[in-house]
Design a protein around this ligand. Structure first.
Ligand SMILES: NC(=O)c1ccc[n+]([C@@H]2O[C@H](COP(=O)([O-])OP(=O)(O)OC[C@H]3O[C@@H](n4cnc5c(N)ncnc54)[C@H](OP(=O)(O)O)[C@@H]3O)[C@@H](O)[C@H]2O)c1
Length: 221
């Protein structure tokens, strides 16, 4: 498959590129720092904070699927996931590319957004501990990031794309196992972490699972 990968220089994105190459896919990396990209068949320079429409369209055109593991490196990148994904969706619409797999986060299902001002108060996969202790704690620390991801999810859900939103819990740098649990439209029960390598594995696997289109997928080891 021809893939376009956003966030290709990050923790998940590096894994996406490496695993895509191993699986025989042809990957285009869309990156704001092209010198940091390793192992892409093609690299297109795109800063999603101020995207050049033509560069973005050339990155996406002809792809069978777009994968995004975009995320803020620092406070100066605040809002980049929703803003960047808006631009990616526009480029996909213009170039006729349909399939999109994006990374969100487990607490986002219960995070309010403009399109879902009153989301469910609890995710069906969350345990008592997750609902009453862990989730409020991480939301206090990472609330702004989750708010950005929630807006990103709105944009993706309301788009015409054939989307899948993946919601991982805490990410680790453990090695690839290919062994993890998934759950459609809810978080994985007692799922506390997943490695970036296994998350990338799932994102690539979902390209062969059309039943995941227009669903969120919870994942955890
Ligand atoms: N950390 C967790 O435990 C956790 C849990 C659940 C979900 N998540 C979500 O997963 C995301 C990805 O995780 P990760 O560890 O792979 O993140 P990461 O290593 O920080 O990678 C973020 C990627 O986004 C790119 N990026 C940022 N701003 C950009 C811009 N303006 N234009 C183009 N590219 C830009 C970065 O490019 P540069 O290399 O140029 O900076 C990098 O490739 C997180 O940001 C978060 O939203 C994280």
């Amino acid at each position: 498959m021809k893939l376009t990968i956003f966030g290709a220089t990050g923790g998940i994105g590096t894994q996406l590129l490496a695993q895509a190459a191993t699986a025989g896919h042809l990957a285009t990396a869309a990156a704001r720092n092209p010198a940091r990209v390793a192992g892409a068949a093609r690299i297109v320079a795109v800063d999603l904070a101020a995207p050049d429409r033509r560069a973005l369209e050339s990155a996406v055109a002809g792809a069978d699927a777009v994968l995004s593991a975009l995320g803020p490196r620092s406070a100066t990148d605040a809002g980049v996931v929703s803003g960047g994904t808006r631009a990616i969706l526009e480029a996909m619409l213009t170039t006729g590319v349909r399939r999109l797999v994006v990374v969100s986060a487990a607490p986002v299902g219960t995070t309010p957004s403009p399109d879902r001002p009153a989301p469910p108060r609890r995710d069906p996969g969350d345990t008592f501990l997750m609902r009453h202790v862990l989730s409020p704690l991480v939301k206090r620390v990472f609330g702004k990031g989750y708010a950005d991801l929630a807006v990103m999810e709105d944009l993706v859900r309301l788009s015409d794309a054939e989307w899948t939103i993946v919601r991982p819990p805490r990410l680790t740098d453990r090695p690839l196992t290919g062994v993890y649990r998934t759950a459609y439209d809810r978080n994985v029960r007692r799922g506390l972490s997943i490695s970036r390598a296994d998350l990338a594995h799932l994102m690539l696997r979902l390209l062969d699972e059309p039943e995941s289109i227009r669903h969120t997928v919870g994942v955890a080891r």
